[in-house]
Design a protein around this ligand. Structure first.
Ligand code: FES
Ligand code: FES
Length: 161
């Protein structure tokens, strides 16, 4: 097909080159070309946060970026969080606190929180609450997620992640 472009990035530690239409969003490219379907698409217009990933360490909404804009970047998706069988401390905390409902928002919430807490490990409860408000969750009421994030924050500090 004409008009396709090659995009090369590192995703979850692996260098990938994909061929996409210039208008392909990064979220669609990750799901359809890289088969990383943990990145969910809800609104597809930057509102819900379900598509949040880390781009060069910063949480971004992958539906708002064209894949071509990520050329040369390092991406982390929810599939890249665990270390083999060992879950990331925030993943483990969500599990331990039963802080998942349908799970549709969960990858985006995780990536948002991992990005924020990696950069700012000492975020207080008010800041964590504001952070959570950036992503929509229709199931949990956020309280269990907040408790889990606070526990995961302590675990992240303890293991230096
Ligand atoms: S799908 Fe990207 S913000 Fe909703
Ligand atoms: S767990 Fe269902 S939308 Fe958050």
């Amino acid at each position: 097909m004409t008009g396709m472009v090659d995009v090369t990035f590192e995703v979850n530690g692996e260098r990938r080159t994909i061929r996409v239409e210039p208008r392909t969003s990064l979220a669609d490219a990750l799901r359809d070309e890289c088969r990383l379907t943990g990145t969910h698409v809800g609104c597809d217009e930057g509102v819900c946060g379900a598509c949040t990933i880390l781009l060069d360490g910063a949480p971004i909404r992958a539906c708002l970026l064209f894949a071509v804009q990520a050329d040369g970047s390092a991406i982390c998706t929810v599939e890249g969080l665990s270390d083999g069988e060992t879950l990331h401390p925030l993943q483990q905390a969500l599990l331990d606190h039963n802080a998942v409902g349908c799970g549709y928002c969960t990858p985006g919430l995780l990536m948002l929180a991992v990005g924020a807490l990696t950069r700012e490990p000492d975020m207080d409860e008010a800041a964590l609450t504001r952070l959570l408000g950036a992503n929509l969750c229709r199931c949990t009421g956020y309280q269990t997620v907040l408790r889990a994030l606070k526990a995961g924050q302590i675990a992240m500090r303890a293991d230096g992640s």
